[in-house]
Design a binder for this molecule. Structure first.
Ligand SMILES: [Zn+2]
Length: 259
């Protein structure tokens, strides 16, 4: 396939008329062939809580490898690619995400700082043995006294707030992806020929998020045009399919970050 018709060197005038590169079919390719459903589907004998904990940690690892690409420091300026000058706010497609200050007031901070805070926050969550228990043989201590309450992951030792927390983690990871695309698709992902890796990590993230209902449509809105392209290609489950996964996975190649 030739890239001539929509090369990222085209003029600003034509940019104004066409959607951003990453929302075009010709740039939506992946580094992995095959079905992402098989990577996301929970093995029959694995508890849903354990599977989602595994998925969230894996998704974070992939996102982290993509974030590392925008953190590379330019030798000439001494600044990272995503820095407070080029990205003064955590923005994506008209959305500006705010952080809460010590008085719980929303504040706008540079994207690089926002992403750093998100990473610190997520790492704190996934390394918290109360939230992500590593030894499931330990007795479960519910946060409130109730013998009848049920929650996701209860049977394998996850606390009642587990589902809410992994959804919050997912929401923040989504914002990071939205910034990677809207702020940095051309530089550095296209320039380094790493845009397919970015697509591959992101489609896997979206697929798991949709399949296990970890993220809502509203939160995916800044990236919806790309998600729609993948839906049309059958690379993501149609909305009616995304109501739960209980199939036996077959082998699939896991997406790998750019070398
Ligand atoms: Zn940025």
């Amino acid at each position: 396939m030739s890239l001539d018709t929509a090369s990222p060197s085209e003029s600003q005038t034509s940019l104004a008329r066409r959607p951003p590169y990453f929302f075009r079919e010709e740039y939506s390719a992946l580094i992995v062939r095959g079905n992402f459903m098989t990577l996301a589907a929970r093995p029959v004998h694995v508890d849903e809580g354990e599977w989602l904990a595994h998925q969230v940690v894996e998704q974070y690892r992939l996102l982290e490898s993509m974030i590392a690409i925008i953190r590379v420091v330019d030798e000439k300026t001494g600044q990272s690619i995503c820095n407070p000058e080029v990205c003064p706010t955590m923005s994506a497609s008209g959305h500006t995400y705010t952080w809460l200050d010590n008085n719980k007031r929303p504040i706008k901070i540079p994207a690089c700082q926002y992403i750093q805070l998100v990473q610190k926050w997520i790492l704190g969550k996934i390394s918290d043995p109360n939230l992500f228990p590593t030894d499931t043989s330990l007795p479960v201590i519910p946060p409130f006294q109730s013998s009848t309450a049920e929650w996701l992951g209860k049977s394998s030792g996850f606390p009642a707030n587990f589902e809410g927390d992994i959804k919050s983690i997912y929401r923040q990871m989504m914002r990071c992806y939205a910034h990677l695309y809207h702020g940095h698709w051309l530089d550095p992902f296209w320039n380094l020929n790493a845009h397919k890796e970015l697509n591959t990590c992101f489609i896997h993230f979206v697929n798991v998020g949709k399949l296990f209902n970890l993220i809502g449509d509203k939160e995916m809105e800044p990236m919806q045009p790309l998600i729609d392209l993948w839906l049309v290609k059958g690379l993501l489950p149609a909305p009616e399919q995304a109501a739960g996964a209980d199939t036996t996975p077959t082998t699939a190649t896991a997406p790998a970050p750019a070398a």
